[in-house]
Write a protein that binds this ligand. Structure first.
Ligand code: NAD
Length: 308
C-alpha cells in the first residue's frame, strides 16, 4: 500500500493533494485538518476527479490513527506569511502547532517519513525531528527544493534551455539567508564557467545575480499579488513524496539534519541529498568556494538562532 497522509488542507496542502491525485504513484490519500469539515469537503471534491484520473486512488478525510500505516505524512498545517512578514517571524506560532501535530502522528504508531512544508520549514523540521523520535533521515523539510526549482526555471529562460537541463542548486535556509551555488552549476554537461566563456557576454554574471535575487524574493512578490504561494510548493512536495514512495535515490535539495557536513552540526538546512524510501540516505557535500562557505555558515547560524 502506498498511503500518504496530508496534515493541513489549506492552500499549500490542497495544491499538493490536487497534484498527487493527477499522478499515479500513490494509492491512498488521507486528509487531516483542524477544520474537519474542510478536510471532508476537499476529499469529496478531489474524489470527483477520479473518473478522469490516471489512477484509482482512494481519497478521504481521516484522523491521526490513519498515520499508522502511512509511508509518508506531509505536513502543511500552520499559519502562513502575511504580506511583508518573513518566514522566520512565523516561528513561535508554528512551533507549538508542529509539536502537537507530530505528537498526534507518533501516537498512531507511525513509522514512515515525515515531509514538511510549514514555515519556517528548516526550524520546524528540526522541531519535528526532536518531537517525533524518528531517525533524522526520515524527517525531511521541503527546504530549498522550491527555491532551486524557481532558480532552474528562470535560468532556463535566460539561457533558452529546458529547466530540466539546468543543474543549479540553492542551499541553506529556505528564506532570506539562502545562497546559490554558482561554483558547481552546469547546463546539461557544460560547466557554467565554460558556458559563460563561450557566450562572451560580459553582463552574464551580473544578470545571474539578479536572477538569484528574484528567486529569493519570489515568495514576497507572489504573496503581494495573490496572497499565498501554493502551486510551486505543491509540485515540490509531490516530487519529494514520489522520490520516497518510488525509492528513487534522487538527488534533491532538501532540508535535513547536518551531522558535521559543511562544518555544521545539529541544525536542519538545505543541501543536496539522496532521497530513498528510507528518506535521506546521504548528504552530498559540495566543494563550495570560500564565499559560499562563509554564506552557508551564516545561514546555518541564522537557523540555529531562530529556534524557540
Ligand atoms: P492555510 O492557512 O491556507 O492552510 C493552513 C491549514 O492548516 C488550514 O487549513 C488550517 O485549518 C490547518 N491547521 C492549522 N493548525 C492546524 C493543526 N493544529 N492541525 C491540523 N491542521 C491545522 O496556509 P497555507 O498557505 O496552506 O500555508 C501553510 C504553511 O505552508 C505555512 O506555514 C506557509 O508559510 C507554508 N508554506 C511553505 C512553503 C515552502 O516552500 N516550504 C511555501 C508556501 C507556504
Amino acid at each position: 500500500m502506498r498511503k500518504v497522509v496530508l496534515v493541513g488542507c489549506g492552500s499549500v496542502g490542497t495544491a499538493f493533494a490536487y497534484n498527487l491525485v493527477n499522478q499515479d504513484f500513490a494509492t491512498e490519500l488521507v486528509l487531516i485538518d483542524a477544520n474537519k469539515e474542510k478536510a471532508e469537503g476537499e476529499a469529496m471534491d478531489l474524489m470527483h476527479g477520479m473518473a478522469f484520473a490516471n489512477t484509482n486512488m482512494k481519497v478521504y478525510a481521516g484522523d491521526y490513527s490513519d498515520c499508522k500505516d502511512a509511508r509518508v505524512v506531509v505536513i502543511t498545517a500552520g499559519a502562513n506569511q502575511k504580506p511583508g512578514e518573513t518566514r522566520l517571524q512565523l516561528v513561535e506560532r508554528n512551533t507549538k502547532i508542529m509539536q502537537s501535530i507530530v505528537q498526534s502522528i507518533m501516537k498512531s504508531g507511525f513509522d514512515g517519513c515525515l515531509v514538511l512544508a510549514s514555515n519556517p520549514v528548516d526550524v520546524l523540521s528540526y522541531v519535528a525531528y526532536k518531537e517525533s523520535g524518528l531517525p533524522a533521515s526520515r524527517v525531511i523539510g521541503s527546504g530549498t527544493t522550491l527555491d532551486s526549482a524557481r532558480f532552474r526555471v528562470l535560468l532556463g529562460e535566460y539561457f533558452g534551455v529546458d529547466p530540466r537541463n539546468v543543474h543549479a542548486t540553492i542551499i541553506g535556509e529556505h528564506g532570506d539567508s539562502e545562497l546559490p551555488v554558482f561554483s558547481q552549476m552546469s547546463i546539461g554537461v557544460e560547466t557554467l564557467d565554460n558556458l559563460l566563456e563561450r557566450r562572451g557576454n560580459v553582463s552574464d554574471r551580473d544578470n545571474l545575480r539578479v536572477i538569484f535575487e528574484a528567486v529569493k524574493n519570489a515568495a514576497y512578490e507572489i504573496i503581494n499579488r495573490k496572497g499565498v504561494t501554493n502551486f510551486g510548493i505543491g509540485t515540490c512536495l509531490v516530487r519529494i513524496t514520489k522520490a520516497i514512495l518510488n525509492n528513487e535515490h534522487s538527488i534533491l535539495p532538501v532540508s535535513c539534519l547536518l551531522k558535521g557536513e559543511y562544518g555544521e552540526e545539529d541544525v536542519y538546512a538545505s543541501v543536496p541529498a539522496i532521497v530513498t524510501r528510507e528518506g535521506v540516505r546521504e548528504v552530498i557535500e559540495l566543494k563550495l568556494n570560500d564565499e559560499e562557505k562563509s554564506l552557508f555558515k551564516k545561514s546555518a547560524e541564522v537557523l540555529r538562532k531562530t529556534r524557540v
